[in-house]
Design a protein around this ligand. Sequence first.
Ligand SMILES: [Zn+2]
Length: 241
Amino acid sequence: MGWFRDWLMAIRDVLLPRGCAGCDEPDAVLCGACSRLFSMDLVRPLPGIISGICLCCADYDAEARQAILAWKDHGDEECVGEFGRAMGDRLARWVVGDGRALMESGHPAVALVPVPSSLSSIRRRGRWHMEGLARVVGKRLRDSGIDAIVVPAISLDRRMRRSVEVGGRRGRARRMDGGVSLVEPQRDVLRRSARSGACVCVVDDIVTTGETMRRCCRTLREAGVDVDVAMALARTPPPMP
Ligand SMILES: [Zn+2]
């Protein structure tokens, strides 16, 4: 049914010129003001990985939240270019700056590992949105002279996929507990790149408690791959004191 959706979107673009995904300003995928919301240098602590941090481009709030929801759940796939650029630029700065010490080879290389989605989410959205975003981030890094590959090495296993219908943050963390598994051929690709000195980076859309990231990083570590850094498009704002 992909052709049908593409056809509908082509008709929509002719009849209804698009507005900014964040604030609806006319004729922009993301207007200047909303783009700037994604160019922040934010950090969340993430114990258990080499750098101990998750880099984030935006606070998941107001127009940034609106734009992310439009891309993630309402089929506004054009946003992926803007988001990928924001994440790629942020990660490139980190890799050649703070991350340099992590790279034994001295040659800047990054292996991007997208956080998995459940099969029901992939069906509902018609795509694995994080894999698509990771591919745009990878291209942006390569355009900046960094050798980047995307390795979709983590999935939710079949046993857990049957029970992914229950919503809520706590439910998600519990499901992810035993549900994260490694995809065999990609695991070996990831191991090889980590051994040759690439910076291993797990990427997600929104970091809230960091629990999903931690599960993924732990699964990789148990398979002999240490994660250097994590990256999310946005973080939920820190709780009020
Ligand atoms: Zn806007």
